[in-house]
Design a protein around this ligand. Structure first.
Ligand SMILES: NC(=O)c1ccc[n+]([C@@H]2O[C@H](COP(=O)([O-])OP(=O)(O)OC[C@H]3O[C@@H](n4cnc5c(N)ncnc54)[C@H](O)[C@@H]3O)[C@@H](O)[C@H]2O)c1
Length: 404
């Protein structure tokens, strides 16, 4: 398992300020093994984040990339060269070349949501370790297909639900789930306010058929957090939402955007935990809040970032246990270098655990089953918004031909 010491040493070993040292004098800052070779499939904004963080984490290196978009390839090669100008990156010409290359150990799939199943089918025969971006698919049917492939997969299959590694959620998980400081969890609330979806290659995130809809595409992260803290399976999902501000006149190739930009979602769990999600995507500020109410106390944690100011990421943590035990307030944070590397530092830990998983450790990374349930809640919420009715999860899955 990785220790904090290892992380610091790896960071220092890559710090160019120590480049003046003769090699024999580099002990604490000596270069560390980066013997794992990863290829990135889909070098858009998330693929580039994975490239940077693979190199930053340090035990693996990016040796190859595939993307049909030449600008994405150029950006990927430039990203690696900026880190180490001497490095060569293999550029595949097709997914078939990715599949037939014996010189990689891990594949990071960061293509648009609607392509995940197809890409996985073409790569599954390789038996290489896979990190696949969230949401695993745009429909519960495809998510189940991926889950079936993953459950028989002979190597690591990890899903990119890395929000669970944001510092406030790690702290909350420890207090609520490991130490059970709140007793039994009864209610969970998450609010997200943020700017509209950014541009994408082919603008796939503006249309539900390509993204799964906002509540699948983006919010699977939060439904994953719900599922973790509820410790149970969702039975009913009720939602209200609309496209009231963003992309109302947006068309791409003659097709209008149809994605939600605000919603409320209520999830009822088998164990009677209730969860409520509140989304607004026309806010100038990034803000995320989690509130967990248990029988013995309440926890509230949040992070916010205003890109128009220089304040950086701010976080808060408040644990109120009343007479049941000590309460606590604080501000969970990672080292700045990690925090600023992407998604509040969560992607860094996702990579660290990906390598730990490859090395045989057991970590808390998202499994295909967990990825599946995060899509189930999102898809049920989308359906509830469309129909104006509560969606019973079992019936929705049955209608999709899924029996568990
Ligand atoms: N975990 C997170 O927090 C997080 C954040 C952002 C995006 N994502 C996910 O990452 C994935 C990619 O999103 P993005 O924001 O980078 O999108 P993007 O549009 O910026 O990049 C996608 C890239 O994939 C390429 N591509 C399309 N089809 C391909 C194929 N069949 N084979 C290879 N490359 C292909 C495109 O040319 C593009 O360069 C999506 O699934 C998205 O939901 C996850």
């Amino acid at each position: 398992m990785t220790t904090e010491q290892d992380i610091l040493k790896r960071a220092l070993s890559k710090d160019k300020r120590f480049g003046y040292l003769p090699e024999k004098d580099r002990h604490y800052t000596a270069p560390m093994d980066n013997d794992l070779r990863f290829a990135v499939i889909g070098t858009g904004i998330m693929g580039l984040e994975h490239i940077r963080i693979t190199e930053m984490e340090g035990r693996a290196r990016i040796t190859a990339v595939w993307d049909p978009n030449p600008a994405g390839i150029a950006a990927a090669v430039q990203t690696v060269k900026l880190i180490d100008p001497s490095r060569e990156v293999k550029i595949y010409k097709s997914i078939e070349e990715v599949a037939s290359d014996p010189e990689t150990d891990g594949l990071i799939i960061c293509t648009p949501n609607y392509t995940h199943l197809d890409v996985l089918k073409k790569l599954a025969s390789t038996g290489k370790h896979i990190l696949m971006e969230k949401p695993m698919a745009t429909t519960v049917h495809d998510a189940m297909e991926i889950r079936k492939i993953a459950e028989k997969y002979p190597a690591v299959f990890q899903l990119g639900l890395q929000y669970r590694f944001k510092a406030p959620y790690v702290e909350a998980y420890r207090d609520v789930m490991t130490q059970e400081l709140l007793g039994d969890v009864k209610m969970i609330n998450i609010a997200e306010r943020r700017i509209p979806f950014l541009d994408k290659v082919g603008q796939w995130n503006k249309q539900s058929r390509y993204s799964g809809g906002t509540l699948v595409e983006k919010c699977c992260h939060y439904f994953d957090i719900f599922n973790l803290f509820a410790g149970s399976k969702p039975v009913r999902v009720t939602a209200s939402g609309g496209q009231d501000v963003n992309f109302r006149d947006f068309e791409y190739d003659g097709v209008r955007s149809d994605i939600l930009d605000n919603a409320f979602v209520i999830v009822d769990y088998e164990n009677r935990v209730r969860a409520c999600f509140n989304l607004c995507m026309f806010s100038p500020l990034f803000f995320e809040e989690l509130v967990v109410c248990g029988e013995k106390g309440t926890l509230r944690t949040w992070e916010q970032e205003d890109f128009m100011s220089n304040d950086g990421l701010q976080t808060g943590y408040e644990l109120f246990c009343g007479e049941n035990g000590p309460s606590r307030k604080g501000s969970p944070q990672y080292p700045k270098m990690i925090e600023s590397s992407g998604h509040s530092g969560a992607t860094f830990y996702e990579h660290m655990y990906f390598v730990d998983n490859i090395r045989g450790a057991k970590t808390l990374t998202a499994t295909a089953e967990e990825g599946f349930w995060s899509v189930v809640v999102g898809a049920a919420a989308e359906e509830s918004v469309r129909t104006g009715k509560p969606v019973m999860v079992e019936r929705m899955l049955k209608n999709a031909g899924i029996r568990l």
